[in-house]
Design a protein around this ligand. Sequence first.
Ligand code: AMP
Length: 271
Amino acid sequence: MKILLNNQMLYEAIGSLNSIGFVPTMGGIHKGHISLINKSKKNCKKTLVSIFINPKQFNNKNDFKKYPSNINKDLYLLKKTNKVDFVYIPEFKDIYKSKRKSEITIKKKDKILCAKFRKGHFEGVLDVMDKLTKLIKPNQIFMGEKDYQQLYLVKRFIEKKYKTKIITCKTIRAKNKYALSSRNFLLNKIKLNKAGKIAKLLINFKRNLIKKENIQQILSSKKLEIKKKYDVKIEYLEARREKDLSITNNIKKSRIFIAYYLDKVRLIDNF
Ligand code: AMP
């Protein structure tokens, strides 16, 4: 496993390769990331993992400062897989020429879910994915359904501009059903238990929606129930179609999306 600390090292290592699987991360490596690496290893000759906490996608300075980072532990976990050929850990200047905001914009109709609550977030995500794709020229990029809206927007953007394919990977959950996430490192056991209970509740809730119509009303009362029962602040709880994220009244080929705060930690999930 070669560690590439700048673009010179990156070019020298991967310049002549033609089957690269790319797993972009912000570090805080967990089994969700590892599942993406496993899929890359199956599909591609070489696997490159990046660790870059992209400041341009944080709409909140504190969130950026607090973002869990432990590079030595990450490198240990990546090496242990025996499946990673390269870890690219760029500095800001390897990715960006200036600190200015992203010039990429997203359409009004896409300003839903997280895009509505985190101004500039996806513009920052698309910008960094554009830069990384240009630098690495991967055949495939592996991304998780855990961040479904990100996957949807990045897939549309990257596949239109490059030959690179975005490969969708299932959400990996803990035993008690909360989705694995780097942000979970900021939560204690009691809080994670609560996240597990909310996840279980929503998994069952979705099952029970199958025969129902006009689910928007049912969602509103479920939102209130979760708020009261678990004392969490919910940003959104919505049902949307998988193919275009439009609002739906029928749960078929749709997902339930949630964003909520456990203490000051913002979690997202979908079912
Ligand atoms: P992050 O480091 O949080 O930016 O995530 C890097 C990639 O890992 C993204 O494509 C995420 O969607 C994916 N990912 C994060 N958590 C999970 C999970 N629990 N299961 C599957 N993929 C995940």
